[in-house]
Design a protein around this ligand. Sequence first.
Ligand SMILES: Nc1ncnc2c1ncn2[C@@H]1O[C@H](COP(=O)(O)OP(=O)(O)OP(=O)(O)O)[C@@H](O)[C@H]1O
Length: 294
Amino acid sequence: MTAIEVRGLTRRYSGGFEAVRGVSFDVERGEMFALLGTNGAGKTSTVEVVEGLSRPAEGSVRVLGHDPFAERKVVRPRMGVMLQEGGFPPDLTVSEAARMWAGTLTSPRPVDEALSLVDLAHRASVRVKQLSGGERRRLDLALALLGKPEVLFLDEPTTGLDPESRRNTWELIRALLREGVTVLLTTHYLEEAQALADRLAIMHRGRIVAQGTVSEVVDAYPSRISFVPPPGIALPVVADAESSGRVTVRTNELQSTLHELLVWAQHNNVELSGLDARSASLEEAFLAIAEEAA
Ligand SMILES: Nc1ncnc2c1ncn2[C@@H]1O[C@H](COP(=O)(O)OP(=O)(O)OP(=O)(O)O)[C@@H](O)[C@H]1O
C-alpha cells in the first residue's frame, strides 16, 4: 500500500520563484525513500509540503490516503518529524523535554522507552544544553518517535553522531522499517542513503533528475577495476595509468571484463597486485548526475 503519493508537485515562494517543479514519487508502506540533492535543490521545500506545513502551488500530495494540509488533524498524529534543529528550552532536562512533548500527543509511548530506543536513558536527568551535539540529535529522534508514528520524516538524522551512534541509529531505523514504519529521509550522507534506502530520488534545481533503487541509479555508471601490473606489460583492456603504477579500467560490464582480465593474467602468469573491483558508489553516481544536470 502506498503511504506517500506525490504528483506533479510545484512549490512557489513569494516573488514567483519555483523551488519545486513538477516532482512525483511514491513511497510504499514500510519502505525508506531518500530524497537527495545538492544545496538548494528543493528537498526541504518538498518535504514541508508532504508534512502538511504548506500547500502545493500545483499538483497533489497524499499521506496515508489523506491531504496532509487540508486534513492535518487526521494525518499529523500519525506522523513523526525529526527536524534539523529540535529547539527545546535548553534548561529542561532530557526527560522533562520528552514529557513536555509527550503531553502534546494523543497516545505517546512511555518517555523512558523512547529514550532507551536512542540510548539516552542514562542521560534522562541531564539538561538539554549539557548534551553533546550527537546526543541532542538522538533526543530529536526520540521525540520524533514518541508518538509511535506510521510515517517518519528524518532530516539529516545522523549529523554529528560518532560512528558507533550512527550504526546504532541505522539499526534502530532498520527495526522501525521492519515494523512497517514508512520513512522519508533527506540526507547529504550518500553512504547513509546507500545503506538504508529502498529507493531514492536525486533532485537538482527543483526537479527529480534520477529515481529508482540504489542499484538502478548506480548501474548506469561505470564500475572500476584497479590493480598494479608488472612494469612494461601490455594489458588486454584499456586502462588509465597513475604515476604510482596503479591502473584503472572503467567498464559497464564488470563481470565479463574482470573475467577477461583474470583469464589473461592466469595464462600469462601475471600478478595483478592490489586488485580491487567495484561497482560505482552512490556518491560517484550522484556527482556524475549533478554534473550532467548542471
Ligand atoms: N522561504 C523562502 N523564500 C524564498 N525562497 C526560498 C525559501 N525557502 C527556500 N527557498 C529557496 O528555494 C530553493 C530550495 O530550497 P530548499 O531549502 O528546499 O533546498 P534543499 O534541497 O533542502 O537544500 P539544503 O540541502 O541546502 O537543505 C533554494 O533556492 C532556496 O533559496
